[in-house]
Design a protein around this ligand. Structure first.
Ligand code: R5P
Length: 295
């Protein structure tokens, strides 16, 4: 196998640790001119066969453009192949083909591709549909095995996995499979999102007293708080939340605690602030080793 060289963006050092035995690390710097323009420098020489960039594409000015410019710099210098490891693929929620509405999944894919990225590896992409919107291969690795291990460790292996919307059904089935419950029905909630917010309309399936609700993203928490309210109305006595990407934007998501959620599990796909890392009710699950799949 050709030598692979790893470039880790700030905030992703812990996630990179499981990759260190397999990849050579290389320092680089992102600096800015006084007016904010980005400027990339890399210490040379190094092996340019296959460069691996580990980072984020959000917020875009800070991260998407930095990652794209680093990729462009490497390709300009002769790099043969670039793989971007983007554990949380931001903009993947903007994947609907609707006239007059941005299709930002395709937009970010085009920017990365035009900058020299040959392949993107992510964890738990929002929907399979996103892969068709990227102009180059986009591989999504499932965290279901890691989640199942945590569920067993915390005595949740018998909790009913519930999907907060129809789109989450597939990842919930993957978790059931990893728990050895292939084919078990996943109850789900029908959801509508309009300018006034998220509204859950109906609980579809068999209600259960112990619920593990699984989603890809916890952003503001609007989806999960509304889902928990409906699950409680349907007789749940205990709810735990599991999400792949814990964005924890704002403070509304903390209402999950007052609704009786006893624990939130999230993967470490985005850099998390101390307030989250130190909260004993939040369990962060390391998924860095999953990123090796596909390299
Ligand atoms: C939506 O389809 C996603 O899967 C998440 O449910 C949603 O993006 C979470 O966002 P928020 O926490 O702001 O409701």
């Amino acid at each position: 196998m050709a030598t692979m060289t790893l470039f880790t963006f700030p905030g992703f050092e812990t996630l990179a640790e499981p990759l260190h035995p397999y990849l050579q690390q290389r320092e680089f710097q992102i600096r800015r001119f006084a007016n904010g323009e980005i400027f990339v420098t890399i210490a040379t020489p190094f092996d340019l066969s296959h460069c691996i960039l580990l980072g984020s594409i959000t917020p875009p000015d800070e991260n998407l453009l930095s990652l794209a410019l680093l990729a462009h710099t490497l390709k300009k210098d002769g790099c043969k192949r670039i793989t971007a490891l983007i554990p949380y693929l931001a903009y993947s929620r903007q994947d609907k083909q609707k006239a007059g509405e941005s299709l930002a999944t395709a937009w970010t894919g085009s920017i990365l591709h035009a900058s020299g990225v040959d392949t993107v590896i992510t964890i738990d992409v929002h929907s399979e549909h996103d892969q068709a919107l990227y102009p180059m291969p986009l591989m999504s690795v499932s965290p279901a095995g890691v989640f199942a291990e945590a569920a067993r460790k915390f005595g949740l292996a018998d909790a009913t996995v519930v999907a907060p919307d129809h789109g989450a059904l597939q990842r919930c089935r993957a978790l059931n499979n990893a728990l050895g419950r292939a084919g078990v029905e996943v109850p789900y909630l029908s959801k509508r999102r309009d300018p006034s917010g998220v509204k859950h309309l109906e609980f579809c399936g068999q209600a259960a007293p112990r619920v593990l609700i699984l989603d890809d993203i916890l952003d503001t928490g609007a989806t999960l708080t509304s889902a928990c309210e409906m699950i409680l109305r349907n007789g749940a006595k205990e709810i735990v939340v599991m999400v792949t990407h814990g964005l924890f934007t704002g403070s509304d998501w903390a209402r999950l605690w007052s609704l009786g959620v006893s624990r939130i599990f999230c993967a470490d796909t985005v850099p998390l602030p101390g307030s989250i890392l130190e909260d004993p009710r939040i369990t962060v699950l390391p998924v860095g080793s999953l990123l090796r799949e596909g390299l």
